[in-house]
Design a protein around this ligand. Sequence first.
Ligand SMILES: *Cc1c(COP(=O)(O)O)cnc(C)c1O
Length: 411
Amino acid sequence: MAYLNENYEKLQAGYLFPEIGRRVNAYAAQNPDKKIIRMGIGDVTQPLVPAVIKAFHEGVEDMAKIETFKGYGPEQGYAFLREAIAENEFHARGVQISADDIFISDGSKCDTGNILEIFGMNNIIAVQDPVYPVYVDTSVMGGRTGTMQASGYYEQIVYMLCTAENNFTPELPKQKVDLIFLCFPNNPTGTTSTRENLEKWVAYARANNSIILYDAAYEAYIQDADVPHSIFEIPGAETCAIEFRSFSKKAGFTGVRCAYVIIPETLKAANSKGEMVSVKALWSRRHSTKFNGASYPVQRAAAAIYTPEGKEQIAGVIAYYMENARIMKASLEQQGFTVFGGVNAPYVWVKTKNNMKSWEFFDQLLNEIQVVGTPGSGFGPCGEGYFRFSAFAARENVIEAMERLRSMNNE
Ligand SMILES: *Cc1c(COP(=O)(O)O)cnc(C)c1O
Protein backbone atom coordinates (compact mmCIF):
# COMPACT_ATOMS: atom_id res chain seq x y z
CA MET A 1 0.00 0.00 0.00
CA ALA A 2 1.25 3.47 -0.84
CA TYR A 3 0.82 6.10 1.85
CA LEU A 4 0.65 9.84 1.42
CA ASN A 5 2.70 12.50 3.10
CA GLU A 6 -0.01 13.42 5.57
CA ASN A 7 1.52 16.78 6.23
CA TYR A 8 -0.26 17.87 3.07
CA GLU A 9 -3.54 17.23 4.82
CA LYS A 10 -2.66 19.96 7.32
CA LEU A 11 -2.66 22.56 4.54
CA GLN A 12 -5.59 24.90 4.43
CA ALA A 13 -7.82 24.13 1.47
CA GLY A 14 -8.41 27.41 -0.33
CA TYR A 15 -5.05 28.71 -1.35
CA LEU A 16 -5.54 32.43 -1.79
CA PHE A 17 -5.14 32.88 -5.53
CA PRO A 18 -7.28 29.93 -6.62
CA GLU A 19 -10.04 31.27 -4.38
CA ILE A 20 -9.75 34.71 -5.98
CA GLY A 21 -9.80 33.06 -9.40
CA ARG A 22 -12.90 31.06 -8.48
CA ARG A 23 -14.83 34.16 -7.38
CA VAL A 24 -13.72 36.23 -10.38
CA ASN A 25 -14.57 33.46 -12.86
CA ALA A 26 -17.98 32.94 -11.27
CA TYR A 27 -18.67 36.67 -11.52
CA ALA A 28 -17.41 36.87 -15.11
CA ALA A 29 -19.57 33.91 -16.15
CA GLN A 30 -22.67 35.66 -14.82
CA ASN A 31 -21.70 39.11 -16.11
CA PRO A 32 -20.03 38.52 -19.47
CA ASP A 33 -20.50 42.14 -20.55
CA LYS A 34 -18.61 43.66 -17.59
CA LYS A 35 -14.95 44.68 -17.96
CA ILE A 36 -13.00 43.37 -14.99
CA ILE A 37 -9.79 45.16 -13.99
CA ARG A 38 -7.33 42.77 -12.34
CA MET A 39 -4.97 44.17 -9.75
CA GLY A 40 -4.81 41.01 -7.70
CA ILE A 41 -2.08 38.52 -8.49
CA GLY A 42 1.45 39.89 -8.35
CA ASP A 43 2.25 39.23 -11.98
CA VAL A 44 3.89 41.64 -14.36
CA THR A 45 2.14 42.78 -17.55
CA GLN A 46 4.74 44.65 -19.59
CA PRO A 47 6.68 42.66 -22.23
CA LEU A 48 10.35 41.74 -21.97
CA VAL A 49 12.61 44.64 -22.92
CA PRO A 50 14.36 44.65 -26.35
CA ALA A 51 17.85 43.93 -24.96
CA VAL A 52 16.51 40.80 -23.25
CA ILE A 53 14.63 39.65 -26.35
CA LYS A 54 17.75 40.11 -28.47
CA ALA A 55 19.91 38.04 -26.12
CA PHE A 56 17.17 35.44 -25.80
CA HIS A 57 17.09 35.08 -29.62
CA GLU A 58 20.88 34.84 -29.75
CA GLY A 59 20.73 32.10 -27.14
CA VAL A 60 18.27 30.18 -29.28
CA GLU A 61 20.44 30.72 -32.38
CA ASP A 62 23.41 29.27 -30.50
CA MET A 63 21.37 26.13 -29.93
CA ALA A 64 20.78 25.84 -33.70
CA LYS A 65 24.46 25.50 -34.65
CA ILE A 66 26.76 22.59 -33.95
CA GLU A 67 29.65 24.89 -32.93
CA THR A 68 27.65 26.73 -30.29
CA PHE A 69 25.07 24.13 -29.25
CA LYS A 70 24.81 23.62 -25.48
CA GLY A 71 23.67 20.51 -23.69
CA TYR A 72 23.52 20.36 -19.91
CA GLY A 73 25.00 23.49 -18.45
CA PRO A 74 26.65 23.86 -15.06
CA GLU A 75 24.04 23.07 -12.38
CA GLN A 76 25.01 26.20 -10.48
CA GLY A 77 24.46 28.39 -13.54
CA TYR A 78 26.72 29.75 -16.27
CA ALA A 79 29.68 31.78 -15.04
CA PHE A 80 28.78 34.63 -17.42
CA LEU A 81 25.52 35.18 -15.54
CA ARG A 82 26.87 34.61 -12.03
CA GLU A 83 29.73 37.03 -12.69
CA ALA A 84 27.40 39.67 -14.13
CA ILE A 85 25.22 39.36 -11.03
CA ALA A 86 28.14 39.56 -8.60
CA GLU A 87 29.50 42.61 -10.38
CA ASN A 88 26.30 44.57 -10.98
CA GLU A 89 24.12 43.65 -8.04
CA PHE A 90 26.78 43.48 -5.36
CA HIS A 91 30.24 44.85 -6.16
CA ALA A 92 28.65 47.97 -7.66
CA ARG A 93 27.08 48.56 -4.23
CA GLY A 94 30.27 47.81 -2.35
CA VAL A 95 29.13 44.35 -1.25
CA GLN A 96 31.69 41.57 -1.63
CA ILE A 97 29.71 38.60 -2.91
CA SER A 98 31.61 36.07 -4.97
CA ALA A 99 30.16 34.62 -8.19
CA ASP A 100 30.92 31.22 -6.61
CA ASP A 101 28.37 31.89 -3.88
CA ILE A 102 25.54 32.42 -6.39
CA PHE A 103 23.25 29.56 -7.49
CA ILE A 104 21.07 30.18 -10.54
CA SER A 105 17.64 28.54 -10.49
CA ASP A 106 14.30 28.70 -12.26
CA GLY A 107 12.55 30.70 -9.57
CA SER A 108 12.54 32.09 -6.06
CA LYS A 109 9.32 30.32 -5.26
CA CYS A 110 11.11 26.99 -5.60
CA ASP A 111 14.25 28.30 -3.88
CA THR A 112 12.47 29.65 -0.80
CA GLY A 113 10.54 26.39 -0.50
CA ASN A 114 13.48 24.08 -1.23
CA ILE A 115 15.96 25.74 1.10
CA LEU A 116 14.35 24.15 4.15
CA GLU A 117 15.46 20.71 2.93
CA ILE A 118 19.04 21.33 3.98
CA PHE A 119 18.03 22.30 7.52
CA GLY A 120 17.20 19.95 10.37
CA MET A 121 13.68 19.20 11.45
CA ASN A 122 14.04 20.71 14.90
CA ASN A 123 14.62 24.27 13.72
CA ILE A 124 12.06 26.82 14.89
CA ILE A 125 10.89 28.78 11.85
CA ALA A 126 9.79 32.40 12.14
CA VAL A 127 7.75 34.25 9.51
CA GLN A 128 6.20 37.66 9.20
CA ASP A 129 2.42 37.94 9.47
CA PRO A 130 1.13 38.84 6.85
CA VAL A 131 3.40 36.56 4.85
CA TYR A 132 4.13 35.27 1.34
CA PRO A 133 2.30 31.93 1.71
CA VAL A 134 5.10 29.84 0.17
CA TYR A 135 7.33 29.97 3.28
CA VAL A 136 4.54 28.67 5.49
CA ASP A 137 3.02 26.09 3.18
CA THR A 138 6.37 24.51 2.33
CA SER A 139 7.16 24.35 6.06
CA VAL A 140 3.88 22.49 6.52
CA MET A 141 4.57 20.10 3.62
CA GLY A 142 7.98 19.32 5.05
CA GLY A 143 6.46 18.32 8.38
CA ARG A 144 7.96 21.26 10.25
CA THR A 145 4.71 22.44 11.81
CA GLY A 146 1.75 21.17 13.77
CA THR A 147 -1.78 21.72 12.61
CA MET A 148 -3.54 25.00 11.88
CA GLN A 149 -5.11 26.51 14.98
CA ALA A 150 -8.36 28.43 15.25
CA SER A 151 -6.20 31.55 15.45
CA GLY A 152 -5.17 31.00 11.83
CA TYR A 153 -1.64 30.05 12.89
CA TYR A 154 0.15 26.74 12.51
CA GLU A 155 1.56 25.23 15.67
CA GLN A 156 5.37 25.41 15.93
CA ILE A 157 5.76 28.37 13.60
CA VAL A 158 6.64 31.66 15.25
CA TYR A 159 4.64 34.47 13.66
CA MET A 160 6.13 37.95 13.85
CA LEU A 161 3.29 40.41 13.80
CA CYS A 162 3.44 43.21 11.27
CA THR A 163 0.93 45.94 12.02
CA ALA A 164 0.38 49.60 11.31
CA GLU A 165 1.85 50.30 14.79
CA ASN A 166 5.24 48.84 13.83
CA ASN A 167 4.95 50.06 10.24
CA PHE A 168 4.79 46.41 9.13
CA THR A 169 8.35 45.67 10.19
CA PRO A 170 8.35 43.04 12.94
CA GLU A 171 9.96 43.26 16.37
CA LEU A 172 12.67 40.77 17.24
CA PRO A 173 11.06 37.57 18.54
CA LYS A 174 10.97 37.17 22.32
CA GLN A 175 11.79 33.48 22.06
CA LYS A 176 14.77 31.97 20.30
CA VAL A 177 14.12 31.14 16.63
CA ASP A 178 16.47 29.42 14.20
CA LEU A 179 15.36 30.17 10.64
CA ILE A 180 13.89 33.61 10.03
CA PHE A 181 12.12 34.41 6.77
CA LEU A 182 12.24 38.15 6.08
CA CYS A 183 10.91 39.73 2.90
CA PHE A 184 11.83 43.33 2.08
CA PRO A 185 10.54 45.22 0.16
CA ASN A 186 7.61 43.26 1.47
CA ASN A 187 4.98 41.32 -0.35
CA PRO A 188 2.14 41.95 0.52
CA THR A 189 2.51 45.17 2.53
CA GLY A 190 4.87 47.04 0.20
CA THR A 191 6.91 48.28 3.18
CA THR A 192 10.68 48.25 3.48
CA SER A 193 13.17 47.86 6.26
CA THR A 194 15.67 50.48 7.35
CA ARG A 195 19.34 49.71 7.65
CA GLU A 196 19.13 50.07 11.47
CA ASN A 197 16.36 47.52 11.60
CA LEU A 198 18.28 45.01 9.48
CA GLU A 199 21.32 45.58 11.72
CA LYS A 200 19.17 44.50 14.68
CA TRP A 201 18.18 41.32 12.84
CA VAL A 202 21.75 40.50 11.91
CA ALA A 203 22.84 41.06 15.52
CA TYR A 204 20.03 38.79 16.71
CA ALA A 205 20.90 36.06 14.20
CA ARG A 206 24.59 36.17 15.10
CA ALA A 207 23.89 36.10 18.83
CA ASN A 208 21.54 33.10 18.47
CA ASN A 209 23.30 31.23 15.65
CA SER A 210 20.13 31.68 13.61
CA ILE A 211 19.95 32.11 9.86
CA ILE A 212 18.01 34.85 8.10
CA LEU A 213 16.34 33.73 4.86
CA TYR A 214 16.10 37.07 3.10
CA ASP A 215 13.71 37.36 0.16
CA ALA A 216 14.67 40.40 -1.89
CA ALA A 217 12.44 39.66 -4.90
CA TYR A 218 11.38 43.32 -5.05
CA GLU A 219 14.75 44.99 -4.45
CA ALA A 220 14.71 46.61 -7.91
CA TYR A 221 11.71 48.71 -6.86
CA ILE A 222 13.57 50.50 -4.07
CA GLN A 223 13.63 54.23 -4.80
CA ASP A 224 15.00 55.72 -1.56
CA ALA A 225 18.78 55.80 -1.47
CA ASP A 226 19.03 54.77 2.19
CA VAL A 227 16.98 51.55 1.93
CA PRO A 228 19.25 48.48 1.69
CA HIS A 229 18.87 46.33 -1.43
CA SER A 230 20.55 43.31 0.11
CA ILE A 231 20.92 41.83 3.57
CA PHE A 232 24.61 41.56 2.70
CA GLU A 233 24.89 45.35 2.86
CA ILE A 234 24.79 44.79 6.63
CA PRO A 235 28.22 43.87 8.02
CA GLY A 236 28.15 40.41 9.57
CA ALA A 237 25.28 39.14 7.42
CA GLU A 238 27.71 36.96 5.48
CA THR A 239 27.84 34.69 8.53
CA CYS A 240 24.09 34.52 9.21
CA ALA A 241 22.05 35.02 6.02
CA ILE A 242 20.95 33.52 2.74
CA GLU A 243 19.43 35.81 0.13
CA PHE A 244 16.89 35.05 -2.59
CA ARG A 245 16.71 37.16 -5.74
CA SER A 246 14.60 36.75 -8.83
CA PHE A 247 14.42 38.21 -12.34
CA SER A 248 10.64 37.80 -12.22
CA LYS A 249 9.74 41.24 -10.90
CA LYS A 250 13.04 42.91 -11.73
CA ALA A 251 12.90 42.18 -15.46
CA GLY A 252 9.46 40.72 -16.18
CA PHE A 253 10.67 37.09 -16.11
CA THR A 254 7.61 35.61 -14.41
CA GLY A 255 6.92 33.54 -17.54
CA VAL A 256 10.60 33.05 -18.45
CA ARG A 257 11.81 31.73 -15.07
CA CYS A 258 15.19 32.70 -13.68
CA ALA A 259 16.30 33.47 -10.14
CA TYR A 260 19.22 32.90 -7.79
CA VAL A 261 20.23 32.17 -4.23
CA ILE A 262 23.27 33.67 -2.52
CA ILE A 263 24.90 31.53 0.16
CA PRO A 264 28.21 32.97 1.35
CA GLU A 265 31.07 30.55 1.86
CA THR A 266 31.30 31.90 5.41
CA LEU A 267 27.79 30.78 6.41
CA LYS A 268 27.82 27.82 8.81
CA ALA A 269 25.20 25.83 10.67
CA ALA A 270 25.59 23.24 13.41
CA ASN A 271 25.34 19.46 13.09
CA SER A 272 24.22 17.39 16.06
CA LYS A 273 27.82 16.99 17.22
CA GLY A 274 27.94 20.75 17.55
CA GLU A 275 30.38 21.13 14.66
CA MET A 276 29.84 24.13 12.41
CA VAL A 277 29.39 23.00 8.80
CA SER A 278 29.26 24.94 5.52
CA VAL A 279 25.67 25.60 4.45
CA LYS A 280 26.75 26.36 0.90
CA ALA A 281 28.25 22.89 0.51
CA LEU A 282 24.92 21.29 1.41
CA TRP A 283 22.97 23.52 -0.93
CA SER A 284 25.44 22.83 -3.70
CA ARG A 285 24.96 19.09 -3.13
CA ARG A 286 21.19 19.44 -3.13
CA HIS A 287 21.06 21.75 -6.11
CA SER A 288 23.30 19.62 -8.31
CA THR A 289 21.47 16.43 -7.33
CA LYS A 290 17.95 17.69 -7.93
CA PHE A 291 18.41 20.39 -10.55
CA ASN A 292 20.10 20.39 -13.94
CA GLY A 293 20.44 24.10 -14.45
CA ALA A 294 18.26 26.86 -15.88
CA SER A 295 17.96 26.89 -19.65
CA TYR A 296 20.85 28.44 -21.59
CA PRO A 297 18.80 30.95 -23.65
CA VAL A 298 17.09 32.04 -20.42
CA GLN A 299 20.43 32.68 -18.73
CA ARG A 300 21.58 34.63 -21.80
CA ALA A 301 18.39 36.67 -21.60
CA ALA A 302 18.92 37.31 -17.88
CA ALA A 303 22.52 38.44 -18.37
CA ALA A 304 21.32 41.02 -20.90
CA ILE A 305 19.73 43.12 -18.16
CA TYR A 306 23.28 44.03 -17.07
CA THR A 307 24.23 45.55 -20.42
CA PRO A 308 23.93 49.35 -20.61
CA GLU A 309 20.82 49.10 -22.84
CA GLY A 310 19.32 46.38 -20.68
CA LYS A 311 19.79 48.43 -17.50
CA GLU A 312 18.20 51.48 -19.02
CA GLN A 313 15.28 49.54 -20.48
CA ILE A 314 14.36 47.65 -17.32
CA ALA A 315 14.66 50.88 -15.33
CA GLY A 316 12.02 52.30 -17.69
CA VAL A 317 9.62 49.42 -16.99
CA ILE A 318 10.16 49.70 -13.24
CA ALA A 319 9.53 53.44 -13.42
CA TYR A 320 6.28 52.71 -15.27
CA TYR A 321 5.06 50.38 -12.52
CA MET A 322 6.19 52.75 -9.79
CA GLU A 323 4.27 55.59 -11.42
CA ASN A 324 1.23 53.30 -11.25
CA ALA A 325 1.92 52.80 -7.55
CA ARG A 326 2.22 56.56 -7.06
CA ILE A 327 -1.09 57.19 -8.84
CA MET A 328 -2.84 54.53 -6.76
CA LYS A 329 -1.44 55.73 -3.45
CA ALA A 330 -2.29 59.36 -4.16
CA SER A 331 -5.82 58.54 -5.30
CA LEU A 332 -6.55 56.19 -2.40
CA GLU A 333 -5.26 58.71 0.13
CA GLN A 334 -7.36 61.41 -1.46
CA GLN A 335 -10.36 59.12 -1.10
CA GLY A 336 -9.68 58.93 2.62
CA PHE A 337 -8.02 55.53 2.82
CA THR A 338 -5.02 54.85 5.02
CA VAL A 339 -2.33 53.55 2.68
CA PHE A 340 1.01 51.80 3.24
CA GLY A 341 3.67 50.76 0.74
CA GLY A 342 3.75 51.85 -2.88
CA VAL A 343 6.92 53.93 -2.45
CA ASN A 344 9.71 51.35 -2.63
CA ALA A 345 7.57 48.43 -3.77
CA PRO A 346 4.98 47.71 -6.45
CA TYR A 347 2.28 46.97 -3.87
CA VAL A 348 -0.11 49.35 -2.19
CA TRP A 349 -1.51 48.08 1.11
CA VAL A 350 -4.78 49.71 2.03
CA LYS A 351 -6.71 49.72 5.28
CA THR A 352 -10.39 49.11 4.56
CA LYS A 353 -12.83 51.69 5.90
CA ASN A 354 -14.97 51.02 8.98
CA ASN A 355 -12.98 47.85 9.72
CA MET A 356 -14.60 46.05 6.84
CA LYS A 357 -13.29 42.48 6.47
CA SER A 358 -10.84 41.92 3.63
CA TRP A 359 -13.00 39.41 1.75
CA GLU A 360 -16.08 41.59 2.17
CA PHE A 361 -14.19 44.47 0.54
CA PHE A 362 -13.01 42.07 -2.18
CA ASP A 363 -16.60 41.06 -2.98
CA GLN A 364 -17.78 44.66 -2.89
CA LEU A 365 -15.11 45.79 -5.35
CA LEU A 366 -15.74 42.83 -7.64
CA ASN A 367 -19.52 43.13 -7.65
CA GLU A 368 -19.91 46.91 -7.68
CA ILE A 369 -16.99 48.18 -9.74
CA GLN A 370 -15.37 45.02 -11.20
CA VAL A 371 -11.97 45.71 -9.70
CA VAL A 372 -9.99 42.74 -8.39
CA GLY A 373 -7.44 43.09 -5.62
CA THR A 374 -6.08 40.70 -3.02
CA PRO A 375 -7.67 40.34 0.41
CA GLY A 376 -5.05 41.02 3.08
CA SER A 377 -6.41 38.27 5.31
CA GLY A 378 -5.25 35.72 2.73
CA PHE A 379 -1.67 36.47 3.81
CA GLY A 380 -2.28 35.90 7.51
CA PRO A 381 -4.40 37.09 10.43
CA CYS A 382 -2.61 40.46 10.68
CA GLY A 383 -3.71 41.14 7.10
CA GLU A 384 -7.38 41.14 8.09
CA GLY A 385 -8.95 44.50 7.34
CA TYR A 386 -6.35 45.25 4.67
CA PHE A 387 -6.33 44.94 0.92
CA ARG A 388 -3.44 44.69 -1.55
CA PHE A 389 -3.44 46.43 -4.90
CA SER A 390 -0.69 45.50 -7.33
CA ALA A 391 0.92 48.21 -9.46
CA PHE A 392 1.65 45.75 -12.27
CA ALA A 393 -1.48 46.63 -14.28
CA ALA A 394 -1.52 48.72 -17.44
CA ARG A 395 -1.64 52.47 -16.77
CA GLU A 396 -5.09 53.06 -18.25
CA ASN A 397 -6.49 50.25 -16.10
CA VAL A 398 -4.92 51.71 -12.96
CA ILE A 399 -6.48 55.09 -13.70
CA GLU A 400 -9.85 53.56 -14.52
CA ALA A 401 -9.82 51.38 -11.39
CA MET A 402 -9.15 54.43 -9.22
CA GLU A 403 -11.95 56.36 -10.92
CA ARG A 404 -14.37 53.51 -10.41
CA LEU A 405 -13.37 53.31 -6.77
CA ARG A 406 -13.96 57.02 -6.34
CA SER A 407 -17.44 56.70 -7.83
CA MET A 408 -18.28 53.90 -5.40
CA ASN A 409 -16.83 55.25 -2.29
CA ASN A 410 -18.24 58.59 -1.23
CA GLU A 411 -18.66 58.12 2.48
C1 LIG B 1 7.11 37.08 -6.95
C2 LIG B 1 7.83 36.70 -5.71
C3 LIG B 1 8.97 35.91 -5.77
C4 LIG B 1 9.54 35.45 -7.10
O1 LIG B 1 9.10 34.22 -7.44
P1 LIG B 1 9.63 33.51 -8.77
O2 LIG B 1 9.39 32.06 -8.49
O3 LIG B 1 11.08 33.83 -8.90
O4 LIG B 1 8.82 34.03 -9.91
C5 LIG B 1 9.62 35.60 -4.60
N1 LIG B 1 9.19 36.06 -3.42
C6 LIG B 1 8.11 36.84 -3.32
C7 LIG B 1 7.71 37.36 -2.00
C8 LIG B 1 7.40 37.17 -4.47
O5 LIG B 1 6.30 37.94 -4.37
